[in-house]
Design a protein around this ligand. Structure first.
Ligand code: AMP
Length: 217
């Protein structure tokens, strides 16, 4: 049966880092709405142009845009056996839409769901966001304080490091507000459906990876 893994958690809770690794491990694509939206902005598509002002404010991009991007991505051939969703759904409305999208693509009851909640104290997260950098070439994620590259400003693969435009303190605070208002209710939503597992996301990348494997296997 097709497997759908949904990663939930506040901004900078480590979902992206672990999803990339799990994606390689399971051979399932990492479907990241933030990444799809940033690519749409870079390519100056109509969706990207509309999404930009919301992302810059730390608000949710309108559901029609995100669902169109997600549906197109989930229809691609590499998603037919399963995928890992990172950053989607981000509201109860989007979770309902995801069920509709799954029904349209495969019919009802054809997908096995698992939602994993990255549980971590909030006070650690703003600092993580401000010091986060990523490689323009390979996408590796660093933290200037806790996980710096060998050479300042350069990824260990040789690519340049960049800071996301929305990784500044003001936008980060707005993103947290959006998270607690819109996304946090999904924990209860998936708990009620009996598909939620909580992952202690406080610790180093290796510890969290080992906890994640226990949940997946
Ligand atoms: P992320 O890379 O997951 O931190 O997302 C960056 C920004 O993209 C968010 O602050 C939102 O503005 C937008 N975004 C990402 N995923 C979604 C989504 N599922 N629904 C609406 N907006 C989203």
């Amino acid at each position: 049966m097709k497997k759908e893994l949904i990663f939930l958690g506040p901004p900078a809770s480590g979902k992206g880092t672990q999803t990339s690794r799990l994606s390689e491990y399971l051979g399932f694509p990492h479907v990241d709405t933030g990444g799809l939206l940033r690519a749409a902005i870079k390519n100056e598509t109509s969706e990207g142009l509309e999404a930009k002002s919301y992302i810059d404010k730390g608000a949710l991009v309108p559901i029609e845009i995100v669902c169109k991007l997600i549906k197109n991505r989930l229809l691609q051939d590499d998603c037919k056996n399963g995928y890992i969703l990172d950053g989607f759904p981000r509201s109860v409305e989007q979770a309902d839409m995801l069920e509709e999208i799954n029904k349209e693509i495969d019919g009802a009851g054809q997908t096995e769901f698992k939602a994993i909640y990255f549980d971590i104290p909030e006070d650690l997260l703003i600092e993580r966001i401000i010091y986060r950098r990523s490689c323009v070439q390979c996408g590796a994620i660093y933290n200037l304080k806790s996980l710096p590259p060998k050479q300042e400003g350069i990824c260990d693969c040789g690519g340049d490091l960049t800071q996301r435009k929305d990784d500044n303190e003001e936008t980060a605070r707005a993103r947290f507000e959006t998270y607690f208002k819109e996304t946090a209710p999904l924990v209860e939503y998936y708990e009620k459906k009996g598909v939620l597992t909580k992952l202690n996301a406080n610790g180093n990348v290796e510890d969290i990876w080992n906890r994640l494997l226990q949940i997946i296997e």
